[in-house]
Design a protein around this ligand. Structure first.
Ligand SMILES: Nc1ccn([C@H]2C[C@H](O)[C@@H](COP(=O)(O)OP(=O)(O)OP(=O)(O)O)O2)c(=O)n1
Length: 369
């Protein structure tokens, strides 16, 4: 697996994230959960209170989030014993972790894959932020999570982990020629004609499906019961999701503003010295989009880590008009970055990973039957 990477730019691996705690650059109200540090990211935990606010906001260059909360909060919810967050409402939750980053380290946040699969919209906000989910180099201060459940009401509590953060030194994105070379040696996506463009490698949609009727995906139901984000295999799939079948048509009409879980046609591979992120195909194609960008861990889909054939799960929404998606249509791109160092753990190898070697897979909260 290529030994140590030691580079001057790249994404911090698990060991270096541990080092940030040891040196006080990363702090937390309580000791870390055992599995909180992932190969290339840290899961962030909800603190004890949620503020229901009238609307989402960014503090802007001269304000703290706390000042805005004083003005915008409608109600404070105690999360100590768990509380329901309702669909269509916006909540701000101070996180347990806070930062005191050195000048050369920046960070970015993303919903965890399980959060995106539940259609829970989340973004990290920092003091003086002008952008969501981006933490500038050298940031020192608290972290907050904006949460807005879109399809299902959810139960969360202090310690629930909905979002994750990656730390980055400099710029270590792979350019298109580097991507093609890496694809040549390590097969990043299982495609005979890889489409490398827009700084990434394209992912297309599978609408042929599996099984006799061709199961292609699921559409979220409305007016369901609540999903407890901390409980696995808890809910019957069919209480929350309507299965969708291709029945030989190889296409799907997206209803406006409905939420779909679909799957990539290509298997995806993230070699151990790289980390990837999915970005929407083209933000200017407003009709439909992969709704949640997502971090892909080093080792995802890696054969020695038990990942052969892992597909990417795609959370898709159509806006404004009904839209016909066709089998093989490009819906997203994977961009790859170098790791600064080789991670100690890889996705799938003994880390309790939930989605290694997955096909079409709902979040870990659901069970069949
Ligand atoms: N749209 C996406 C985003 C991610 N993934 C895959 C690649 C990731 O390496 C893996 C796990 O992602 P997270 O760590 O975000 O997910 P969880 O923390 O929810 O899952 P786990 O408990 O398995 O770490 O899921 C995916 O298939 N489709």
């Amino acid at each position: 697996m290529g030994g140590s990477a030691t580079r001057s730019t790249g994404i911090l691996a698990d060991n270096a994230i541990r080092g940030l705690f040891d040196s006080g650059r990363l702090k937390s109200e309580t000791t870390l959960d055992d599995d909180q540090i992932q190969p290339a990211s840290l899961d962030l935990r909800l603190g004890a209170k949620a503020f229901r606010v009238r609307a989402s906001f960014l503090p802007g260059p001269s304000h703290l989030v706390a000042d805005k909360l004083d003005r915008l909060q409608l109600h404070v919810i105690d999360l100590a014993d768990g509380a329901v967050l309702e669909t269509g409402c916006v909540y701000i939750v101070p996180l347990m972790e806070s930062l005191d980053l050195p000048a050369e380290l920046a960070a970015s946040a993303n919903p965890k894959s399980s959060t995106g699969r539940l259609d829970i919209f989340t973004r990290v906000i920092t003091d003086r932020a002008q952008e969501f989910d981006k933490i500038p180099a050298g940031y020192s201060g608290p972290l907050y999570l904006e949460i807005s459940p879109r399809t299902f009401p959810i139960v969360v509590r202090r310690g629930s982990r909905l979002s994750q953060i990656r730390f980055r030194k400099g710029n270590a994105l792979l350019g298109e020629s580097e991507l093609l070379a890496l694809h040549g040696t390590d097969t990043l996506v299982a495609s005979e004609t890889p489409n490398v463009s827009g700084g990434g490698i394209a992912l297309s949609i599978d609408l042929k499906g599996t099984g006799p009727d061709g199961l292609i995906g699921y559409r979220g139901k409305h007016h369901t019961s609540v999903v407890d984000v901390d409980r696995k295999n808890q809910h019957d799939i069919f209480d929350f999701w309507e299965p969708l079948f291709s029945r030989g048509r190889n296409e799907l009409i997206l209803d406006p503003d409905e939420f779909y879980i679909l799957v990539s046609r290509e298997a995806v591979h993230v070699p151990p010295l790289y980390a990837a992120e999915m970005t929407p195909f083209d933000p200017l194609v407003g009709e439909f989009r992969v709704h949640y960008a997502g971090f892909f861990d080093p080792g995802f889909g890696h054969a020695p880590a038990g990942g052969s054939g892992s597909r990417a799960v795609l959370e898709v929404r159509s806006h404004e008009v009904p839209f016909i998606l066709e089998h093989g249509q490009i819906v997203g791109r994977l961009v790859y970055e170098h790791m600064l160092d080789a991670p100690e753990g890889l996705y799938g190898s003994g880390l309790g990973s939930n989605y290694q070697a997955q096909g079409l897979k709902l979040s870990k909260h659901f069970r069949a039957g």
